[in-house]
Write a protein that binds this ligand. Sequence first.
Ligand code: FNR
Length: 170
Amino acid sequence: MSVLILAGSSRTESLNRKLQQRIADVAEADGRACYVYAAEELDAPIYNGDDEQENGVPSNTQKLATAISDATKIVIVTPEYNSSIPALLKNAIDWTTRLEQNPWVGKNVLLAGASPGRLGAMRAMTHLMVVMGAVQSWVAPMFLSCPQASAQAINNLDEEQIRAFLRQGD
Ligand code: FNR
């Protein structure tokens, strides 16, 4: 059982990367092998069809696609920007679907998110659910949200809640 945990923020002090690490800590304590990945590791330009024709799909994309294919479960931890997902995350997803084989097909995907707002990235997760449906993944029904997020709020998230979230699709 291996879990890929993908965060959609490139900020050093990112709350979503803290949430990503919190989820990984709980998963690893329960014997799940985790691979923690930040979307900026893709280091790909914003998708452009001309660029793709000229230069092909950026080589790092295959590394992410392999991590997706190898994982039995994928957690995406998304920030919320203007009620939706950040361009960084959408761009990473878009590039992976330009490979010969779409790695997302049939994958078990769990959605999490943190934001300082009262809705804790729920609107972004709702949008992400639609995107993940479009790439033919199965999206688990229970989202993990951290509203009014801070490092402390993320530390204080109930461990049992994280466990129940992670058990989806076992
Ligand atoms: C935000 N933020 C935000 N928060 C929220 O709860 N709902 C929203 O619609 C938005 N919109 C938004 C737009 C833009 C352009 C920015 C830069 C920020 C706040 C955002 O959730 C907050 O900065 C998070 O801390 C970002 O996630 P990371 O980088 O901490 O993981």
